[in-house]
Design a protein around this ligand. Sequence first.
Ligand code: UDP
Length: 454
Amino acid sequence: MEPKPRPPHCLVFPYTMQGHINPMQNFSKNLVSKGIKVTFVTTKFCLNSFQQFSDSMPVEIISDGFDDGDYASAESQEAYWSKFKRAGSETLTKLIEKLNSTGFTVDCIIYDALMSWVLDVVKSFKLVAAVFFTQSCAVDNIYYHVGKGLIEVPVENRVSVPGLPVLEPLDMPSFVQNPGAYPVALDVTADQFSDIDKVDWVLCNTFYELEEEVIQWMSKQMRFRAIGPAIPLKYLHNEITPEDDTDNGFKPETDSCMNWLNKQQDHSMVYVSFGSLAELDAGQMQELASGIKESKKPFLWVVRASEEAKLPKGFLEETSAKGMVVPWCSQVEVLAHKALGCFVTHCGWNSTLEALSFGVPMVAIPVWSDQYTNAKFVADVWKMGLKVDVDEKGAFKGEMVQHCIRQVMDGEKGKEIETNSRRWMEMAREAVKEGGSSDSSINEFVASLNQLSN
Ligand code: UDP
Protein backbone atom coordinates (compact mmCIF):
# COMPACT_ATOMS: atom_id res chain seq x y z
CA MET A 1 0.00 0.00 0.00
CA GLU A 2 1.19 3.53 -0.86
CA PRO A 3 2.15 5.49 2.28
CA LYS A 4 -0.39 8.22 3.10
CA PRO A 5 1.01 11.62 2.03
CA ARG A 6 1.74 13.88 4.98
CA PRO A 7 -0.59 16.87 5.27
CA PRO A 8 0.88 20.23 4.22
CA HIS A 9 2.18 22.13 7.23
CA CYS A 10 1.55 25.89 7.58
CA LEU A 11 2.93 28.21 10.22
CA VAL A 12 0.41 30.96 10.95
CA PHE A 13 1.97 34.10 12.39
CA PRO A 14 -0.35 37.02 13.31
CA TYR A 15 0.80 40.35 14.68
CA THR A 16 0.45 40.39 18.46
CA MET A 17 -2.92 42.12 18.75
CA GLN A 18 -6.36 40.73 19.46
CA GLY A 19 -7.81 42.01 16.19
CA HIS A 20 -5.08 40.16 14.27
CA ILE A 21 -4.98 36.95 16.32
CA ASN A 22 -8.75 36.32 16.19
CA PRO A 23 -9.26 36.23 12.41
CA MET A 24 -6.00 34.37 11.73
CA GLN A 25 -6.91 31.78 14.35
CA ASN A 26 -10.41 31.35 12.93
CA PHE A 27 -8.98 31.03 9.43
CA SER A 28 -6.49 28.44 10.75
CA LYS A 29 -9.29 26.36 12.24
CA ASN A 30 -10.94 26.35 8.84
CA LEU A 31 -7.68 25.16 7.22
CA VAL A 32 -7.38 22.39 9.80
CA SER A 33 -10.92 21.26 8.99
CA LYS A 34 -9.74 20.95 5.35
CA GLY A 35 -6.82 18.70 6.26
CA ILE A 36 -3.96 21.21 6.63
CA LYS A 37 -1.62 20.96 9.61
CA VAL A 38 -1.34 24.36 11.29
CA THR A 39 1.11 25.54 13.92
CA PHE A 40 0.33 28.95 15.38
CA VAL A 41 3.30 31.23 16.06
CA THR A 42 3.33 34.03 18.61
CA THR A 43 5.43 35.74 21.27
CA LYS A 44 5.74 34.56 24.85
CA PHE A 45 4.03 37.64 26.25
CA CYS A 46 1.18 37.35 23.80
CA LEU A 47 0.66 33.68 24.58
CA ASN A 48 0.30 34.47 28.26
CA SER A 49 -1.93 37.50 27.71
CA PHE A 50 -4.66 36.22 25.39
CA GLN A 51 -7.11 33.54 26.43
CA GLN A 52 -7.86 32.36 22.90
CA PHE A 53 -4.81 30.14 22.75
CA SER A 54 -6.34 27.62 25.13
CA ASP A 55 -7.53 25.31 22.35
CA SER A 56 -6.16 22.34 20.52
CA MET A 57 -3.98 24.03 17.86
CA PRO A 58 -0.23 23.69 18.58
CA VAL A 59 1.45 27.01 19.41
CA GLU A 60 5.16 27.79 19.09
CA ILE A 61 6.93 30.80 20.56
CA ILE A 62 9.26 33.25 18.85
CA SER A 63 10.70 36.41 20.35
CA ASP A 64 9.98 40.06 19.65
CA GLY A 65 12.94 40.96 21.89
CA PHE A 66 10.58 41.81 24.76
CA ASP A 67 9.70 38.42 26.17
CA ASP A 68 8.31 39.74 29.44
CA GLY A 69 6.00 42.26 27.81
CA ASP A 70 8.42 45.07 28.63
CA TYR A 71 8.06 46.65 25.18
CA ALA A 72 7.25 49.96 26.86
CA SER A 73 10.95 49.98 27.73
CA ALA A 74 11.85 50.37 24.03
CA GLU A 75 13.24 53.86 23.39
CA SER A 76 10.70 54.53 20.68
CA GLN A 77 8.22 52.76 18.43
CA GLU A 78 10.89 52.64 15.73
CA ALA A 79 13.18 50.89 18.21
CA TYR A 80 10.44 48.39 19.08
CA TRP A 81 9.74 47.51 15.45
CA SER A 82 13.39 47.19 14.57
CA LYS A 83 14.08 44.93 17.55
CA PHE A 84 11.01 42.82 16.72
CA LYS A 85 12.24 42.45 13.15
CA ARG A 86 15.73 41.37 14.28
CA ALA A 87 14.73 39.04 17.12
CA GLY A 88 11.68 37.81 15.20
CA SER A 89 13.71 36.87 12.09
CA GLU A 90 16.32 35.05 14.17
CA THR A 91 13.90 33.09 16.32
CA LEU A 92 11.52 32.30 13.46
CA THR A 93 14.48 30.91 11.49
CA LYS A 94 15.47 28.73 14.47
CA LEU A 95 11.89 27.55 14.87
CA ILE A 96 11.64 26.45 11.23
CA GLU A 97 15.00 24.64 11.51
CA LYS A 98 13.77 22.86 14.65
CA LEU A 99 10.45 21.83 13.07
CA ASN A 100 12.15 20.66 9.86
CA SER A 101 14.63 18.53 11.80
CA THR A 102 12.01 16.92 14.03
CA GLY A 103 9.72 15.62 11.31
CA PHE A 104 7.33 18.59 11.17
CA THR A 105 8.63 19.99 7.87
CA VAL A 106 7.17 23.41 7.17
CA ASP A 107 5.70 24.07 3.71
CA CYS A 108 4.15 27.51 3.98
CA ILE A 109 4.06 30.56 6.23
CA ILE A 110 0.88 32.59 6.49
CA TYR A 111 2.05 35.84 8.03
CA ASP A 112 0.41 39.09 9.03
CA ALA A 113 0.81 41.82 6.42
CA LEU A 114 2.06 44.22 9.11
CA MET A 115 5.25 42.12 9.41
CA SER A 116 6.51 42.29 5.85
CA TRP A 117 9.99 41.28 7.07
CA VAL A 118 8.77 37.68 7.47
CA LEU A 119 8.96 37.33 3.67
CA ASP A 120 12.79 37.24 3.80
CA VAL A 121 12.67 34.30 6.21
CA VAL A 122 10.09 32.51 4.06
CA LYS A 123 12.23 32.99 0.96
CA SER A 124 15.42 31.83 2.69
CA PHE A 125 13.75 28.42 3.22
CA LYS A 126 12.05 28.49 -0.23
CA LEU A 127 8.62 28.08 1.38
CA VAL A 128 5.24 29.22 0.09
CA ALA A 129 4.58 32.81 1.20
CA ALA A 130 0.98 33.70 2.03
CA VAL A 131 0.44 37.17 3.43
CA PHE A 132 -2.74 37.74 5.46
CA PHE A 133 -4.48 41.12 5.55
CA THR A 134 -6.71 41.55 8.60
CA GLN A 135 -8.33 44.77 7.35
CA SER A 136 -10.89 45.43 4.62
CA CYS A 137 -9.87 45.32 0.97
CA ALA A 138 -10.87 48.99 0.68
CA VAL A 139 -8.44 49.98 3.42
CA ASP A 140 -5.73 47.73 1.98
CA ASN A 141 -6.13 49.48 -1.36
CA ILE A 142 -5.74 52.88 0.31
CA TYR A 143 -2.44 51.73 1.87
CA TYR A 144 -1.40 50.21 -1.48
CA HIS A 145 -1.85 53.63 -3.08
CA VAL A 146 -0.08 55.41 -0.23
CA GLY A 147 2.83 52.95 -0.50
CA LYS A 148 3.12 53.65 -4.26
CA GLY A 149 3.07 57.40 -3.62
CA LEU A 150 -0.26 57.76 -5.45
CA ILE A 151 -2.02 59.38 -2.49
CA GLU A 152 -0.40 62.41 -0.97
CA VAL A 153 -0.21 62.25 2.82
CA PRO A 154 -1.59 63.92 4.93
CA VAL A 155 -4.76 63.84 2.90
CA GLU A 156 -6.32 67.27 2.66
CA ASN A 157 -8.78 66.89 -0.22
CA ARG A 158 -11.24 64.32 -1.52
CA VAL A 159 -9.55 61.15 -2.74
CA SER A 160 -10.42 58.76 -5.59
CA VAL A 161 -9.08 55.23 -5.22
CA PRO A 162 -10.00 52.51 -7.78
CA GLY A 163 -12.97 50.43 -6.65
CA LEU A 164 -13.94 52.85 -3.85
CA PRO A 165 -16.42 55.70 -3.64
CA VAL A 166 -14.88 59.19 -3.46
CA LEU A 167 -13.66 59.61 0.13
CA GLU A 168 -13.42 62.76 2.23
CA PRO A 169 -10.25 63.22 4.32
CA LEU A 170 -12.27 62.28 7.44
CA ASP A 171 -13.21 58.93 5.82
CA MET A 172 -9.56 57.95 5.47
CA PRO A 173 -7.60 55.87 8.03
CA SER A 174 -6.21 58.13 10.75
CA PHE A 175 -2.59 57.28 9.84
CA VAL A 176 -3.26 58.86 6.44
CA GLN A 177 -5.34 61.76 7.79
CA ASN A 178 -2.81 62.71 10.41
CA PRO A 179 0.46 60.78 10.06
CA GLY A 180 2.31 63.02 12.50
CA ALA A 181 0.19 61.73 15.36
CA TYR A 182 1.10 58.10 14.61
CA PRO A 183 4.83 57.79 14.03
CA VAL A 184 5.76 54.45 12.45
CA ALA A 185 2.13 53.37 11.84
CA LEU A 186 1.97 54.89 8.37
CA ASP A 187 5.35 53.41 7.38
CA VAL A 188 4.32 49.96 8.57
CA THR A 189 0.92 50.00 6.87
CA ALA A 190 2.23 51.46 3.61
CA ASP A 191 5.10 48.93 3.61
CA GLN A 192 2.63 46.01 3.53
CA PHE A 193 2.75 45.99 -0.27
CA SER A 194 6.43 46.74 -0.83
CA ASP A 195 7.37 43.19 -1.96
CA ILE A 196 3.92 41.96 -2.88
CA ASP A 197 5.07 40.66 -6.28
CA LYS A 198 7.31 38.14 -4.46
CA VAL A 199 4.40 36.75 -2.40
CA ASP A 200 2.60 33.61 -3.58
CA TRP A 201 -0.82 34.32 -2.04
CA VAL A 202 -2.49 37.46 -0.73
CA LEU A 203 -5.31 36.43 1.62
CA CYS A 204 -7.76 38.99 2.97
CA ASN A 205 -10.42 38.79 5.66
CA THR A 206 -13.34 39.97 3.55
CA PHE A 207 -15.72 38.37 1.05
CA TYR A 208 -16.21 38.95 -2.64
CA GLU A 209 -19.84 40.07 -2.54
CA LEU A 210 -19.08 42.68 0.13
CA GLU A 211 -16.27 44.46 -1.71
CA GLU A 212 -16.71 43.24 -5.27
CA GLU A 213 -15.35 46.21 -7.19
CA VAL A 214 -12.22 46.79 -5.14
CA ILE A 215 -11.50 43.06 -4.89
CA GLN A 216 -11.67 42.81 -8.67
CA TRP A 217 -9.21 45.67 -8.97
CA MET A 218 -6.80 44.23 -6.38
CA SER A 219 -6.99 40.80 -8.03
CA LYS A 220 -5.58 42.35 -11.22
CA GLN A 221 -2.52 43.61 -9.32
CA MET A 222 -1.70 40.49 -7.27
CA ARG A 223 -2.86 36.94 -6.42
CA PHE A 224 -5.51 38.33 -4.10
CA ARG A 225 -8.12 36.05 -2.50
CA ALA A 226 -10.98 37.02 -0.17
CA ILE A 227 -11.37 34.29 2.45
CA GLY A 228 -13.66 35.81 5.09
CA PRO A 229 -15.50 36.47 7.21
CA ALA A 230 -12.99 34.65 9.41
CA ILE A 231 -15.24 34.13 12.40
CA PRO A 232 -16.23 30.84 14.10
CA LEU A 233 -17.97 28.85 11.38
CA LYS A 234 -19.83 26.69 13.85
CA TYR A 235 -22.08 29.66 14.66
CA LEU A 236 -22.44 30.81 11.06
CA HIS A 237 -23.43 27.35 9.95
CA ASN A 238 -25.86 27.08 12.85
CA GLU A 239 -24.21 23.88 14.06
CA ILE A 240 -24.51 25.09 17.64
CA THR A 241 -25.93 28.18 19.33
CA PRO A 242 -23.53 30.22 21.43
CA GLU A 243 -25.65 29.63 24.54
CA ASP A 244 -25.11 25.87 24.24
CA ASP A 245 -21.43 26.04 23.35
CA THR A 246 -19.22 24.80 26.17
CA ASP A 247 -16.01 25.43 24.22
CA ASN A 248 -15.84 29.20 23.91
CA GLY A 249 -12.80 29.97 26.03
CA PHE A 250 -14.38 32.90 27.90
CA LYS A 251 -16.68 31.13 30.34
CA PRO A 252 -16.74 33.36 33.45
CA GLU A 253 -17.63 36.58 31.62
CA THR A 254 -19.85 34.81 29.16
CA ASP A 255 -21.99 33.27 31.87
CA SER A 256 -22.84 36.60 33.46
CA CYS A 257 -23.33 38.27 30.06
CA MET A 258 -25.40 35.38 28.78
CA ASN A 259 -27.57 35.42 31.90
CA TRP A 260 -28.16 39.11 31.36
CA LEU A 261 -28.91 38.71 27.65
CA ASN A 262 -31.23 35.77 28.30
CA LYS A 263 -33.41 38.00 30.46
CA GLN A 264 -33.96 40.57 27.70
CA GLN A 265 -36.60 40.64 24.98
CA ASP A 266 -35.64 39.84 21.39
CA HIS A 267 -33.91 42.71 19.53
CA SER A 268 -34.24 45.03 22.54
CA MET A 269 -30.61 45.39 23.65
CA VAL A 270 -27.79 47.74 22.81
CA TYR A 271 -24.30 46.20 22.89
CA VAL A 272 -21.47 48.72 23.20
CA SER A 273 -17.81 47.91 22.66
CA PHE A 274 -14.77 49.75 21.36
CA GLY A 275 -12.61 46.68 20.89
CA SER A 276 -9.29 45.78 22.43
CA LEU A 277 -7.25 48.97 21.92
CA ALA A 278 -9.22 52.19 21.40
CA GLU A 279 -8.91 54.67 24.23
CA LEU A 280 -11.54 57.34 24.82
CA ASP A 281 -10.82 60.53 26.71
CA ALA A 282 -13.00 61.58 29.64
CA GLY A 283 -15.10 63.87 27.42
CA GLN A 284 -15.81 61.15 24.84
CA MET A 285 -16.65 58.73 27.66
CA GLN A 286 -19.06 61.24 29.18
CA GLU A 287 -20.88 61.76 25.86
CA LEU A 288 -21.02 58.04 25.13
CA ALA A 289 -22.38 57.27 28.62
CA SER A 290 -25.04 59.95 28.31
CA GLY A 291 -26.08 58.73 24.84
CA ILE A 292 -26.42 55.16 26.09
CA LYS A 293 -28.31 56.17 29.22
CA GLU A 294 -30.69 58.57 27.46
CA SER A 295 -31.54 56.02 24.78
CA LYS A 296 -33.39 54.28 27.66
CA LYS A 297 -32.57 50.89 26.15
CA PRO A 298 -31.19 47.92 28.10
CA PHE A 299 -27.47 47.65 27.39
CA LEU A 300 -24.33 45.60 27.76
CA TRP A 301 -21.20 47.79 27.65
CA VAL A 302 -17.64 46.52 27.52
CA VAL A 303 -15.39 48.99 29.35
CA ARG A 304 -11.89 47.54 29.59
CA ALA A 305 -10.28 47.71 33.03
CA SER A 306 -7.83 50.35 31.79
CA GLU A 307 -10.77 52.59 30.75
CA GLU A 308 -13.01 52.10 33.77
CA ALA A 309 -11.83 55.12 35.78
CA LYS A 310 -13.13 57.36 32.98
CA LEU A 311 -16.77 56.31 33.49
CA PRO A 312 -18.79 59.31 34.70
CA LYS A 313 -19.35 59.39 38.44
CA GLY A 314 -22.58 57.68 39.46
CA PHE A 315 -23.18 56.09 36.03
CA LEU A 316 -22.98 52.50 37.26
CA GLU A 317 -25.36 53.11 40.18
CA GLU A 318 -27.85 55.10 38.08
CA THR A 319 -28.04 52.49 35.33
CA SER A 320 -27.67 49.23 37.27
CA ALA A 321 -31.30 48.19 36.63
CA LYS A 322 -31.04 48.87 32.92
CA GLY A 323 -27.55 47.81 31.96
CA MET A 324 -24.47 45.79 32.62
CA VAL A 325 -20.85 46.96 32.31
CA VAL A 326 -18.17 44.27 31.93
CA PRO A 327 -14.41 44.49 31.34
CA TRP A 328 -14.54 41.97 28.47
CA CYS A 329 -16.98 39.51 26.95
CA SER A 330 -17.06 36.86 24.28
CA GLN A 331 -18.20 39.26 21.61
CA VAL A 332 -19.09 36.81 18.89
CA GLU A 333 -21.45 35.02 21.24
CA VAL A 334 -23.00 38.28 22.35
CA LEU A 335 -23.55 39.41 18.76
CA ALA A 336 -25.13 36.06 17.93
CA HIS A 337 -27.70 36.45 20.72
CA LYS A 338 -31.30 37.18 19.70
CA ALA A 339 -31.66 39.90 22.37
CA LEU A 340 -29.34 42.18 20.35
CA GLY A 341 -30.96 45.10 18.58
CA CYS A 342 -28.00 47.36 17.91
CA PHE A 343 -24.21 47.46 18.24
CA VAL A 344 -22.55 50.77 19.16
CA THR A 345 -19.07 50.11 17.80
CA HIS A 346 -15.75 51.75 17.02
CA CYS A 347 -15.90 49.83 13.71
CA GLY A 348 -12.76 47.77 14.12
CA TRP A 349 -12.77 45.49 11.09
CA ASN A 350 -13.40 42.30 13.08
CA SER A 351 -16.25 43.89 15.02
CA THR A 352 -17.75 45.13 11.75
CA LEU A 353 -17.56 41.71 10.08
CA GLU A 354 -18.86 39.97 13.19
CA ALA A 355 -21.89 42.30 13.44
CA LEU A 356 -22.49 41.90 9.72
CA SER A 357 -22.34 38.10 9.97
CA PHE A 358 -25.05 38.08 12.65
CA GLY A 359 -27.17 40.79 11.02
CA VAL A 360 -26.80 43.26 13.91
CA PRO A 361 -27.37 46.90 12.84
CA MET A 362 -24.61 49.29 13.90
CA VAL A 363 -24.11 52.77 15.30
CA ALA A 364 -20.59 53.67 14.21
CA ILE A 365 -18.29 55.89 16.28
CA PRO A 366 -14.80 55.56 14.79
CA VAL A 367 -11.83 56.43 17.02
CA TRP A 368 -8.65 55.82 15.00
CA SER A 369 -6.88 53.67 12.38
CA ASP A 370 -9.07 52.06 9.67
CA GLN A 371 -12.26 52.61 11.71
CA TYR A 372 -13.13 55.85 9.86
CA THR A 373 -13.19 54.09 6.52
CA ASN A 374 -15.11 51.10 7.89
CA ALA A 375 -17.69 53.45 9.45
CA LYS A 376 -18.15 55.24 6.11
CA PHE A 377 -18.85 51.91 4.38
CA VAL A 378 -21.20 50.70 7.14
CA ALA A 379 -23.33 53.85 6.91
CA ASP A 380 -23.15 54.91 3.26
CA VAL A 381 -22.19 51.89 1.16
CA TRP A 382 -23.62 48.82 2.90
CA LYS A 383 -26.26 50.88 4.74
CA MET A 384 -26.17 48.60 7.78
CA GLY A 385 -26.15 51.38 10.34
CA LEU A 386 -25.73 55.06 11.10
CA LYS A 387 -22.56 57.01 11.72
CA VAL A 388 -22.24 59.47 14.58
CA ASP A 389 -20.59 62.74 13.51
CA VAL A 390 -17.05 62.73 14.86
CA ASP A 391 -14.88 65.82 14.35
CA GLU A 392 -11.18 65.82 13.48
CA LYS A 393 -10.31 65.77 17.18
CA GLY A 394 -12.53 62.73 17.79
CA ALA A 395 -15.24 64.67 19.65
CA PHE A 396 -18.91 63.65 19.29
CA LYS A 397 -22.19 64.46 21.03
CA GLY A 398 -24.18 62.22 23.37
CA GLU A 399 -27.46 63.48 21.84
CA MET A 400 -26.37 62.16 18.48
CA VAL A 401 -25.44 58.78 19.96
CA GLN A 402 -28.87 58.59 21.55
CA HIS A 403 -30.59 59.72 18.34
CA CYS A 404 -28.74 57.12 16.23
CA ILE A 405 -29.55 54.29 18.66
CA ARG A 406 -33.24 55.21 18.59
CA GLN A 407 -33.29 55.62 14.81
CA VAL A 408 -31.61 52.27 14.27
CA MET A 409 -33.86 50.44 16.73
CA ASP A 410 -37.23 52.20 16.41
CA GLY A 411 -37.06 54.78 13.61
CA GLU A 412 -38.05 54.76 9.94
CA LYS A 413 -34.43 54.40 8.82
CA GLY A 414 -34.13 51.40 11.13
CA LYS A 415 -36.42 49.33 8.89
CA GLU A 416 -34.21 49.77 5.83
CA ILE A 417 -31.11 49.16 7.94
CA GLU A 418 -32.60 45.97 9.35
CA THR A 419 -33.46 44.67 5.88
CA ASN A 420 -29.94 45.45 4.64
CA SER A 421 -28.31 43.89 7.70
CA ARG A 422 -30.26 40.69 7.13
CA ARG A 423 -29.24 40.65 3.46
CA TRP A 424 -25.54 41.10 4.28
CA MET A 425 -25.75 38.42 6.95
CA GLU A 426 -27.12 35.96 4.43
CA MET A 427 -24.43 36.86 1.89
CA ALA A 428 -21.65 36.50 4.49
CA ARG A 429 -22.91 33.05 5.40
CA GLU A 430 -23.23 32.03 1.75
CA ALA A 431 -19.62 33.09 1.14
CA VAL A 432 -18.25 30.64 3.72
CA LYS A 433 -20.66 27.80 2.95
CA GLU A 434 -19.45 24.89 0.84
CA GLY A 435 -19.05 26.24 -2.70
CA GLY A 436 -19.41 29.88 -1.60
CA SER A 437 -16.96 32.52 -2.86
CA SER A 438 -14.64 32.47 0.18
CA ASP A 439 -14.87 28.72 0.62
CA SER A 440 -13.85 28.24 -3.04
CA SER A 441 -10.86 30.57 -2.61
CA ILE A 442 -9.75 28.66 0.50
CA ASN A 443 -10.14 25.35 -1.38
CA GLU A 444 -7.96 26.70 -4.19
CA PHE A 445 -5.27 27.65 -1.66
CA VAL A 446 -5.54 24.26 0.07
CA ALA A 447 -5.35 22.40 -3.25
CA SER A 448 -2.14 24.20 -4.15
CA LEU A 449 -0.63 23.24 -0.78
CA ASN A 450 -1.72 19.63 -1.22
CA GLN A 451 0.16 19.51 -4.52
CA LEU A 452 3.35 20.44 -2.68
CA SER A 453 3.35 17.57 -0.25
CA ASN A 454 2.08 14.88 -2.67
N1 UDP B 1 -13.58 41.27 21.43
C1 UDP B 1 -14.06 40.36 22.32
N2 UDP B 1 -14.57 40.81 23.49
C2 UDP B 1 -14.67 42.12 23.80
C3 UDP B 1 -14.19 43.08 22.86
C4 UDP B 1 -13.65 42.61 21.67
O1 UDP B 1 -14.03 39.14 22.09
O2 UDP B 1 -15.15 42.43 24.89
C5 UDP B 1 -13.00 40.77 20.15
C6 UDP B 1 -13.92 41.05 19.00
O3 UDP B 1 -14.86 40.02 18.85
C7 UDP B 1 -12.96 41.17 17.83
C8 UDP B 1 -11.66 41.68 18.48
O4 UDP B 1 -11.81 41.46 19.89
O5 UDP B 1 -12.73 39.89 17.26
C9 UDP B 1 -11.46 43.17 18.26
O6 UDP B 1 -11.06 43.39 16.96
P1 UDP B 1 -11.52 44.67 16.14
O7 UDP B 1 -10.89 44.57 14.81
O8 UDP B 1 -12.98 44.81 16.13
O9 UDP B 1 -10.98 45.89 16.97
P2 UDP B 1 -9.53 46.25 17.60
O10 UDP B 1 -9.52 45.63 18.94
O11 UDP B 1 -8.48 45.70 16.68
O12 UDP B 1 -9.57 47.73 17.65
